[in-house]
Ligand binder design. Sequence first.
Ligand code: ADP
Ligand code: MG
Length: 279
Amino acid sequence: MTVNSVTNPSPNPVRGGACPVCETPIGHHGALCSSCRRPLPAIDAGPVLEVSDLEHTYGSGPTAVHALRGMSLRVQPGEVVLVVGPSGGGKTTALLSMGLLLTPSSGTVNHSGVETRAMTERQRSRQRLLGIGFVFQQFNLLEALTALENVTLPLRYAGVRTAPATARATRLLDDLGLAHRATSRPRELSGGEKQRVAVARALALAPRLILADEPTANLDSASGHQVAEHLVRAARHQRSGVVVVTHDTRLADAADRVLLLEDGRLRESSPSDPAGTRR
Ligand code: ADP
Ligand code: MG
């Protein structure tokens, strides 16, 4: 199955331009890049993410926790949205729902115009691999692999050939200032370096959506800023929409929009525009 059949019921494959992974000019309509074999995403001018009336309750009865109480959000290509809020406010629940790692109690999650609730588990896995890049607080790198191998892994899973996968991973590590760390294993890296490797891995397949859960929580202020800067610059460059959830309000400078998630509800954090959550 190709990503087009998963994410776009009426495929509108890439025309012209270049493959986002191997940068080979694309001159034909096809489900796979003929050079690196990355499944090509459809061109879609609409939002990369549209979440409507999301509600989620953990448990039931008197101990039920209403983590989300009607959250809506729309993210455009290349847009960086920061969702801040207190611990327990529902940030992780929201991110897991957007990332198809949790099925919310009600509401819809659309990825590039496609409703995800009807997807099979196999289609969801495929969408997580090709359509979403995740960055977690704990980095989640494989300890046995080098930085380069960690970044190459999703490319190989997606069927990208060895040479273009290695070239793409090398280029990303270089862009993130980690060229000299390519052969290091995670235990030899600082927290900031590990998180930049995780960012490179999230960017590897040029997913349309990047989701980050407290990406700077384990970092000192300077490395946190550096990671955020790299994430935002790279995501804008490849036109990925980004949602960062965090209680670290220092990241606000890097974002196009800052929203507040509190008690399972999302609102503009600016008191001058409290009306809605959409632009
Ligand atoms: P945040 O990431 O903003 O700290 P969470 O989404 O983790 O918020 O949690 C929102 C609420 O849901 C909290 O009250 C939390 O205790 C509760 N919660 C989160 N995960 C679970 C779970 N697996 N089971 C029960 N309650 C949960
Ligand atoms: Mg959390």
